[in-house]
Design a protein around this ligand. Sequence first.
Ligand code: HEM
Length: 152
Amino acid sequence: MLLIAFAVGKFAGERIIMKASSLSFQAAVLLVLAGMVWGLQMAISRDHAALPAHAHLNLLGWVSLFLFGFYYRLHPSLDRSRAALVQVSVWIAGTIVMTIGVGLVHTGREAGDPLAAVGSIVVLAAMLMFGWLVYRCERDPATGRNAIMPAE
Ligand code: HEM
């Protein structure tokens, strides 16, 4: 959440908006560190009850987020857009809420159920938004030309 708050920052007295890819990469590293510490805690305690939450945190918070970052980095105009920044922020918030909910449910606390449900819907909404951005970008010759292509 702190990272999202920092997404709109101040630099040399000038207001700058963090790029979507930059937010993706930085948040992904923080989330996977949390996921790895959680994994170690599960391994050391030999209590793997929270496995589904650990797996979701790492796959949504590390793998997917990093892939979003790659896509945005390849499309500089999209990377600077507010829509992409919102998409990444919503994904991060949904991942955190869903992970907490799934973790609570799988450690016997039913109170986590609504959190898991809300988090799932939020990440689904963020993926739909990403899909919309991808289709819009891929079908628009102007943004297509703006894409960074690998060297032949
Ligand atoms: C310090 C690093 C990590 C440790 C110590 C760790 C530890 C664990 C442990 C103890 C389990 C439960 C295994 C079981 O009960 O069968 C597990 C499951 C899992 N972890 Fe990790 N993990 C780490 C990093 C990661 C990362 C980086 C990812 C994803 C990119 C990941 C994805 C998963 C998945 C998908 C499962 C579920 C596997 C299954 O259902 O068979 N883990 N991890």
